[in-house]
Design a protein around this ligand. Structure first.
Ligand SMILES: NC(=O)c1ccc[n+]([C@@H]2O[C@H](COP(=O)([O-])OP(=O)(O)OC[C@H]3O[C@@H](n4cnc5c(N)ncnc54)[C@H](O)[C@@H]3O)[C@@H](O)[C@H]2O)c1
Length: 319
């Protein structure tokens, strides 16, 4: 049995990844400073180090066979206001993690990349060769994480891949939910709970209905991609340094609200507000590389994502 360190494993996505790694027969150690995560999300049976990744040492990595690195601050809009905070947390933190990995000679790394590295792409569907051009300090820190990995791999036997997530939603475990104060699903759910109408940020984008278009991916499908990447790294199978993790289907913000109406069976009459800084108009994945190389196939559709997100929201945030 191998043991994987999951940084950010008390967070929304990390908790899913930790559980799927356990379900695949691996042991898990979670490192998280609980800055945005919850101790209750750490799965039973996982050892939990409540610590900043900046403070990890080689000793903490003894007995670890590989690392999934998710710990980061993630809000593009906020990063425009507080760039240094994001650089300190995401870039300095990752450099410290890599230092500890090199010192402990732990070489497999699955990194939480992001579609934000592409900014607003000209391509209809974004593949991994689409030119990069992040539009926020957050996106820049995610790109720098890849560059740090690349540069370390040039001089050490680090074997790494970046899974560039598109828009992650839903839940595969009812006790783990997206608590984000800025992401679309929790924003809408929070407004509905408060008896208010949700705010849509921008309806004058160059898209058919004027709202931003995103490629939403179910967090359970996303977590499975990490297990496949871990398997490839463990087995020494060829793996590329970047994979887009999306469904290849775009949905507009107003389209998501339609799905919420349908799944929840209630009226939602959004308030149409101004644009938010750091939000590209449209981005959809071409995820063929992950399907071909990793054998990864996403299964959930938008209504599944809304249904599962709502169930976990009811149990977690509102419950
Ligand atoms: N949610 C999305 O749609 C999305 C899209 C693309 C990429 N990502 C990436 O996925 C990863 C996880 O995102 P999430 O949605 O689960 O967010 P989250 O905030 O729920 O999880 C991040 C976790 O990392 C922890 N953390 C942050 N900085 C830390 C540090 N310095 N030391 C130790 N722990 C720290 C937090 O406490 C939290 O538990 C992030 O790297 C994010 O950039 C998310």
């Amino acid at each position: 049995m191998t043991t994987w360190l999951v940084t950010g494993g008390a967070g929304y996505i990390g908790a899913h990844v930790a559980r799927r790694l356990q379900a695949s027969g691996r042991d898990v150690v979670v490192v998280d400073d609980l800055s945005t995560g919850f101790a209750s999300f750490v799965p039973e049976g996982a050892r939990f180090l409540e610590r900043r990744i900046h403070d990890l040492t080689a000793d903490d990595l003894r007995g670890i066979d590989g690392v999934v690195h998710l710990a980061a601050l993630k809000y593009a809009g906020l990063s425009v206001q507080e760039p240094l905070h994001f650089y300190r947390n995401n870039v300095d933190g990752m450099a410290a993690l890599l230092e500890a990995m090199v010192a402990a000679e732990v070489w497999p790394l699955v990194y939480s990349g992001s579609c934000s590295v592409y900014g607003t792409p000209a391509a209809e569907r974004v593949d991994e060769d689409t030119p990069i051009g992040p539009e926020s300090p957050y996106g820049e820190t995610k790109l720098l994480g890849e560059w740090l990995s690349r540069d370390v791999a040039a001089v050490h036997p680090l074997r790494w891949t970046s899974l560039r997530y598109f828009n992650v939603v839903g839940s595969a475990y009812d006790d783990v939910y997206d608590a984000s104060p800025h992401n679309l699903f929790p924003l809408v759910f929070r407004a509905l709970d408060a008896g208010e109408e949700p705010l849509v940020h921008g309806t004058d984008y160059p898209t058919p209905d004027g709202s931003c278009i995103r490629d939403y991916i179910h967090v359970g499908d996303l977590a499975d991609a990490h297990v496949l990447a871990a398997e490839h790294l463990e087995a020494g199978r060829p793996i590329r340094t970047s994979y887009n993790i999306g469904t290849g289907t775009g949905a507009s913000v107003l389209g998501v609200i339609d799905s919420i109406r349908r799944v929840l069976g209630r009226d939602v009459d959004p308030v149409l507000g101004p644009r938010r800084a750091g939000d590209p108009a449209r981005i959809i994945a071409d995820g063929r590389r992950a399907r071909e190389d990793l054998g990864w196939t996403p299964e959930a559709d938008l209504d599944d994502m809304v249904r599962d997100a709502w169930a976990s929201w009811r149990r977690g945030a509102a419950g």
